[in-house]
Design a binder for this molecule. Structure first.
Ligand code: ADP
Ligand code: MG
Length: 341
C-alpha cells in the first residue's frame, strides 16, 4: 500500500502515517497525553492488553511529570530553575546529571553547535520580541559571555556546577526526544512487541525484530506549510526528529527570526528550513537535528556523512536563495519524496 502524500496535516513537525499490512489484529492501542504547557504526546503500542497498556500510560504520564518538574525553566521550583538562579543543589537527580552529561558530550561532538547553555540568548530574544527591537552589540556580548558548554561541569558524584554565575541551562533542544525515548522504554518494559511515542513531533519507535517487522512510516512536514508532506521516511526502528524554522520563531517588526541559535555567535540561524535526523535514540536525534540546523547545509552534510549512525534530510536555501535539499546516502532508499514538493 502506498501512503498518500496529499491532504495530511498535523500540528507536529512530523507525523505518523499508517502502517502497511494493517489488519484488525495489527491495530495498536493508542493514547494521547500532553506535557510542557500543551505539547501533544501520542503513544501507540502493539502486543499489550488494554489493562497493561493503561498502566504503562499512567507510568509514562508520571515519568514525564517528574522530568518536567526537574527541567522546566517555566517552573521556578524545578532543579534547573534553581541552578539557573545560582543555587547549589544539595542532591542532584540522576536524570539531570545524565541529561547534562549527554548534552555536553554532544556539544563536543558537534563543535559546540548544540549547546544547552543557550538560555541567556533565549531570554535576550524573548525580551527583544516583547520590545520589538533587535539585540544591541553589548547585549549580544553580555549573553555570549555566559554561553558555552565548557562552563558546565558534571562531577563524578553527579553534582552539577557552573564556572561562573549567569550560566543558565535550557533543555528545549533535547527534551522532546528524551521524553519520547522514556515513553518507549516504559512501553517496552510493559511488554509491547512494537511501539511508538511522539512528543511534539519528535518520534521514537521500537520493534523487537526490525528486519522482520514492517517499518514505521513517518512523514516529514513541508517547511513551507500547506496540506502536502515533503516526504515519508521508512524507519525499521529508532527515532526521527525534525528541527524546523517554520513552527516557532521570534517575530520582530514583521521579520521572523529562527528560535535556534548559533551558540558561537548568538545569532538566530538563517537560511535553513528544516533538518530531519534519524538515528537510534530520540535524545541524540533531537540534539543532532538542532546541531545540524546550526551547521547549515555544507557543514551539516559532511557531519552526517562522517557519522555512520546518523541519517538526515536537510532543506535549506543556497547562496542564490533557491531551496536546496540533501538526503544522506543511507537514507535514499528509505525516503519517498513528494514529487510536488
Ligand atoms: P523544535 O523546538 O523545533 O523541536 P529544537 O529541538 O531544535 O526545535 O529545539 C529548539 C529549542 O532549543 C529552542 O527553542 C531553544 O530553547 C533551544 N536551542 C536553541 N538553539 C540551540 C542550540 N544551538 N543548542 C541547543 N539548544 C538550542
Ligand atoms: Mg532538537
Amino acid at each position: 500500500m502506498r501512503v498518500s502524500l496529499r491532504f495530511l496535516t498535523s500540528a507536529a513537525a512530523i507525523l505518523l502515517l499508517s502502517f502497511t499490512a494493517a489488519t484488525a489484529a495489527d491495530q495498536p492501542l493508542k493514547a494521547s497525553l500532553s506535557a510542557m504547557g500543551g505539547i501533544p504526546i501520542n503513544l501507540s503500542a502493539w502486543g499489550l492488553d488494554q489493562a497493561a497498556f493503561d498502566l504503562a500510560v499512567t507510568e509514562i504520564s508520571a515519568r514525564i511529570e517528574e522530568l518536567e518538574a526537574m527541567i522546566s525553566t517555566y517552573r521556578p521550583d524545578s532543579e534547573v530553575s534553581r541552578l539557573n538562579r545560582g543555587e547549589t543543589l544539595e542532591s542532584t537527580p540522576a536524570d539531570l546529571s545524565f541529561l547534562v552529561f549527554v548534552a555536553s558530550w554532544i556539544s563536543g561532538e558537534t563543535a559546540g553547535t548544540f549547546d544547552i547553555t543557550v538560555e541567556p540568548l533565549v531570554l535576550l530574544w524573548r525580551q527583544c520580541r516583547q520590545e520589538q527591537r533587535l539585540p544591541t552589540a553589548e547585549e549580544y556580548e553580555a549573553a555570549l559571555a555566559n554561553v558555552g558548554h565548557q562552563l558546565v561541569n558534571v562531577k563524578l558524584d553527579g553534582s552539577i556546577t557552573f564556572d561562573q554565575p549567569g550560566v543558565k541551562l535550557d533543555f528545549g533542544g533535547i527534551a522532546k526526544g528524551y521524553f519520547a525515548d522514556e515513553a518507549v522504554t516504559l512501553l517496552r518494559e510493559a511488554g509491547a512487541t512494537r511501539c511508538l511515542a511522539e512528543v511534539g513531533g519528535d518520534i521514537t519507535t521500537w520493534q523487537a525484530d526490525p528486519a522482520a517487522g514492517e517499518p514505521f512510516k513517518v512523514g516529514i512536514k513541508h517547511p513551507y506549510g500547506g496540506d502536502e508532506l515533503y516526504g515519508i521516511i521508512s524507519v525499521p526502528t529508532g527515532a526521527v526528529v525534525t528541527s524546523g524554522n517554520y513552527e516557532r520563531f521570534y517575530e520582530i517588526n514583521g521579520h521572523r527570526y529562527c528560535h535556534i541559535f548559533d551558540p558561537r555567535t548568538g545569532h538566530p540561524v538563517e537560511n535553513m528550513l528544516s533538518v530531519t535526523v534519524t538515528t537510534k535514540g530520540g535524545i541524540e536525534a533531537d540534539a543532532y537535528a538542532t546541531a545540524i540546523f546550526v551547521m547549515g547545509l555544507e557543514v551539516g552534510r559532511s557531519f552526517v556523512e562522517r557519522n555512520e549512525q546518523i541519517e538526515a534530510v536537510l532543506i535549506g536555501l543556497g547562496a542564490d536563495g533557491k531551496v536546496v535539499e540533501y538526503i544522506s546516502p543511507g537514507l535514499v532508499d528509505r525516503v519517498e519524496l513528494n514529487p510536488n514538493r
